[in-house]
Design a protein around this ligand. Structure first.
Ligand SMILES: [Zn+2]
Length: 570
């Protein structure tokens, strides 16, 4: 199968081209070749990135390349449907197709979703679009159902811009308005529920946010020219599941290093709350006061994660599925990231050894933040033991399977509890309490209404949270793929760079994918790892130094042994 990595220009290639450049052709009106300078926050560096170009779209379509699945959609004029690049249907002639950056843009142009390749099953949009940070944040808010809570005006207000400006940005970068994006998502999710569950159609109408069965029916009739029940007849459901149990397949763009992701999550699994066994990650979940269980495993043949879900409230399914996508970084676009990072000699062999590493996200931002604080200045194993005690003493008891007996404690409970009882130093217990209070009282959120920089600076106002902790939380709880905890001892050791400042400078070249670079460096393959000294660290205290010198091995667990160490404040 042909690969098109080369299509994603490297900065040096692009800098030879004109900075602002758009290509249109007679047949392909959608503008897809855009090269423009993007100034990234705080670093002062000018990064040039290119959207997919028409030639690459065309090649990807002709070879049905899964690396591009979900990155663009193809409208076929003769049939009036829009498809994924991998559609098994007969390939249309080039002059009969149009390319769109999103499904919503294709829908807005009057195309219907294809019933064969099911555009609703394509992998999600990358978290970092290479275009507009505001649009990325808005898309994430929409996936958290933000448009249901007050429409475009309220969405724009949460982002701190005017609604007309937001619409303009959406048209420029996504090719459709925010309302059209939300409508397409609702419809796609409803289609997924029809195809993949046995939920009654009335329940699906409500679960996918249509508000009424009448609106649901008419949206389907308009879009698919079929009623929901006709669509269900076409679905190939394989065996009904018991009530409140669901199985979803969530697609990713290959390659996907699932084993590496599990190897990262396993030593960090909070006893009673999470479990990694036999290729499956499972955990207890709670949402709006309801409790359930989710389990994720790889289905390599379908290029999908298989999610088994047990949850009593179908109306929460949309939010749960979107959270799960972020948890496992299913929107990642590995081809572009690999092409970028492999050009650095420090990362090249690591990247080529394990192409497609993901940045592990989190089910819940607060839980992840507490875990990060528990991990300050102790080993991963030590932090996991503490987290288990925390869940055991303060988490609600539930019964979701033999090992899964607890919910992670809520912000309200931890804000009012003496957390030091689990054997935690007083100042760290105080940091957790303070964090819990901020979250409980609504001053700190983990949603996309703020920029990553604003989020980190809010976090750092809590005594005991410095740069390392806030970068790590930003990376895993917000899905900030450019976050980079440069003072991390594991990163310093494995990169052979002797100071956080020098590492920060080196990492400028890895933007906007520094979090992936961190994952590669943490991996610390014995054969590849650099054995340089970490003696140049200055902010260190004796405890952290002891920890850092103990790390010597190649596994995630060992190489991260000293990594969960906060160097800046405490
Ligand atoms: Zn198709």
């Amino acid at each position: 199968m042909a690969r098109f990595d080369a299509g994603f220009c490297h900065v040096s290639d692009i800098s030879r081209a004109a900075p602002e450049y758009a290509l249109k052709t007679r047949h392909l009106e959608s503008i897809h070749v855009r090269i423009r300078p993007i100034r990234l926050c705080n670093c002062g560096m000018l990064v040039l990135l290119m959207d997919l170009d028409l030639r690459i779209c065309s090649q990807a379509r002709l070879s049905r390349d899964p690396h591009f699945d979900g990155r663009f959609f193809i409208g076929v004029r003769s049939s009036g449907v829009y498809c994924r690049p991998i559609c098994p249907a007969r390939t249309a002639r080039e002059e009969n197709v149009r390319y769109f950056p999103t499904a919503a843009a294709a829908a807005e142009a009057g195309f219907r979703p294809c019933l064969r390749c099911r555009p609703e099953s394509s992998p999600g949009t990358p978290a970092w679009l290479g275009t507009s940070a505001t649009v990325s944040r808005a898309l994430r808010l929409i996936s958290e159902s933000a448009l249901e809570d007050g429409g475009v005006e309220a969405l724009a207000e949460r982002l701190g811009i005017g609604s007309r400006h937001l619409r303009r940005l959406f048209l420029q970068h996504v090719g459709a308005t925010p309302a059209a994006v939300a409508k397409t998502r609702r419809l796609h999710f409803a289609k997924k529920l029809i195809d993949e569950t046995t939920l009654p159609l009335g329940e699906i109408a409500l679960a996918s946010g249509f508000g009424s069965v009448r609106r649901f029916n008419s949206a389907f009739q308009d879009t698919y020219q079929r009623s929901p029940s006709q669509i269900r007849k076409l679905a190939h459901l394989s065996g009904a599941l018991p009530e409140n149990q669901y199985c979803f397949r969530l697609r990713y763009r290959p390659p996907f290093q699932w084993e590496s992701l599990l190897a990262f999550l396993a030593p960090r699994a909070t006893p009673g709350v999470e479990c990694v066994a036999e290729g499956t990650y499972s955990r207890t979940i709670d949402l709006d006061g309801k409790v359930g269980l989710l389990a994720a495993s790889l289905n390599e043949t379908s290029m999908a994660l298989e999610i088994r879900l047990s949850f009593p409230e179908p109306r929460s399914l949309f939010r749960i599925v979107e959270r799960v996508r972020r948890m496992f970084d299913l929107g990642a676009e590995p081809s572009a990231m690999i092409a970028h990072l492999k050009s650095d000699s420090l990362l090249a062999r690591r990247v080529l050894n394990k192409p497609g590493l993901r940045v592990p996200g989190a089910w819940d931002g607060f839980e992840l933040a507490v875990r990060a604080i528990l991990g300050q200045q102790v080993s991963v194993k030590g932090a996991t033991t503490l987290a288990g005690r925390l869940a055991d003493q303060f988490g609600k008891r539930v019964n979701q399977g033999s090992n899964l007996t607890r919910l992670f404690p809520s912000p309200r409970v931890l804000a009012e509890s003496d957390v030091s009882r689990i054997g935690l130093p007083k100042n760290r217990a105080q940091t957790i309490r303070e964090l819990a209070r901020e979250v409980h009282e609504g001053r700190l959120t983990f949603d996309a209404s703020q920029s990553h920089e604003e989020f980190r600076s809010r976090l750092q106002q809590i005594p005991g949270i410095g740069d390392w902790t806030s970068q790590y939380i930003s990376m895993r709880a917000l899905g900030d793929v450019d976050a980079f905890p440069a003072s991390d001892l594991g990163l310093l050791k494995n990169s052979g760079i002797d100071s956080p400042r020098a590492l920060t400078e080196r990492a400028q070249a890895w933007r906007p994918w520094r979090a992936y670079a961190a994952m590669y460096l943490w991996q610390g393959d014995a054969e590849l790892s650099v054995t340089g000294s970490v003696g140049a660290i200055q902010e260190d205290d004796s405890t952290t130094k002891r920890n850092s010198y103990r790390q010597s091995d190649s596994t995630f667990e060992e190489s991260l042994h000293g990594s969960n160490v906060e160097l800046c404040r405490g």
